[in-house]
Structures are given as structure tokens and as C-alpha cells.
Design a protein around this ligand. Sequence first.
Ligand code: ZN
Length: 279
Amino acid sequence: MSTPTHRFHDPSHRALAAVLAAVLALSALLAAACASSGVNQGDFNLVSLEEEWQLGQKLERDLAKQLRLVNDRAALSYVNRVGQRIVSQTEMRNLPWEFHIVADNEVNAFNIPGGHVYVNTGLINAADNVAEFTGVLAHEISHGVSRHGTEQLTRSYGLSIVASLLLGENPAVYQQILAQIVGTGALARFSREAEREADHLGVNYMARAGYDPMGMASMFEELLRRRGSQPGAVGQFFATHPLTEDRIRDVRAQAEGIDRSRLASRDSGYQSLRQRVGP
Ligand code: ZN
């Protein structure tokens, strides 16, 4: 008498069946959530891409009032061209991305949810060539593609607060996040794992976009050097992106494994950009 039909007449088995159904429903929900989390498989992100892009739009509007943005059309058009070239190699190429330049001498760049990437004029001055510049740009784009920002928000504030934030129902937390971006030059402090993920993806995207990913390693080395010689100028970057010798070694090793003979490290457009936004 142990056919499945008979089993479900027993009340305890019926309860088990209900639990199983609930587990199945939950796994379907989590699978759907994973599907929306871009390349970042294995991490749950319950914020939909549509919600993330809406939040990004709102943040971008408010940041424009609080940051000193560069409005030079030629400079913006160049940075956006290079940025889109990298984005076109990612899993989020079909979403709108926008690149902004902040008039700030700190060597820093950051990504906020919804495909907005900000680069400081200080970074453009510090990066000697387009490969070094795109090294940092690709790293930031990779944080965005991996959705590290909304992941970190969910971890810091909890899903219910993030949900209320997305609905525009939590102006206090929203203002706190905005103030943090303006004050620290980043949405969040990323974990070492997030940094490694952004480096690894960034190297691949750079190479596929035609830029020499060795530029990422040499830019990181430059940042480490500056931490010794002028710590004030790289403080924000180091506070939010833990950068170690290990990371640089891994980036270098990954870049060495790629055929770089046809990849660019210099272009004249980048040199004009430096002249336009230079000190
Ligand atoms: Zn980072």
C-alpha cells in the first residue's frame, strides 16, 4: 500500500507535499531572480533590472546637482564612445549606459546602479594611455554588469528597505545613499570577491573591445605607487576598492594568457581628451 496516491491520503504526507510544493515555488522564484542578475550567477539579486535602471535615473539626476560635472561635449563624447565599446562586449549591452566626467583631482571612478559610470578628471590625468584608462573603466563597468551595487545595498539595508527605496517611499535612506556617493566617491565599499570578479570580467571585456588589458595591471600599479607618494589623491579609490598586490598579480597573469598582439594601448583620441580636461 505504498503507491503515491495512497501516500497523500495520510495527513503527514499531505503536509510534506505542501512543504515540497512551497520549496519548488521558492526555487522557481530564486531561479527567476538569478536570471535577472546578469553574469553574477550564484548571487541572488531580488531587485529587477527595470527597478535598478529607474533608481539609477533618479540618482543620476540628483548627482548632476551635487557633483561638478564636466560639460565639454568632445570630452564626453569620447569617454562615452570608449565606454560603449566596452559595454558592447558585456551581457548588458542592450541596456542604456551613460558615462560622466567629474571635475575632481582625486584619481577615482565609480559606478552607480542603472548603468551610470563616473570618471574623475584626476583619473584621466593619471592614466597615461587609453589602456590604463579603460582598465579602470572596464573594472567599473564590470561592477555594474555584476550588479554589485544593488547587491551591496540589499546586504546593507535589507530587501524591504531597498524595495521601499525603489518605490520612492524612503526619502531618508535615499538621501543617505546620495550623500554617501557624493562624500565617498562610491556607492559602497566592495568586498575582495567583488573586486576579483570585476577585475576578471573587466580584463575579458577590455580584450574583446580591442584594448590591451595589461593596462589594467599597470594602472593598478600606478595607484599603489601613488598611495605611497600622495595618499590623499587616491584615498577614495582605496577606501572603496580594496586593492592588493595579489589582485595586480592575478590581472597580469590573466592578461598574459591573452593574445594581445592586435590590442590597442594608445590612441590619439585619448591624448586629446587629456588635453581637454587636463590641469
Ligand atoms: Zn572595484
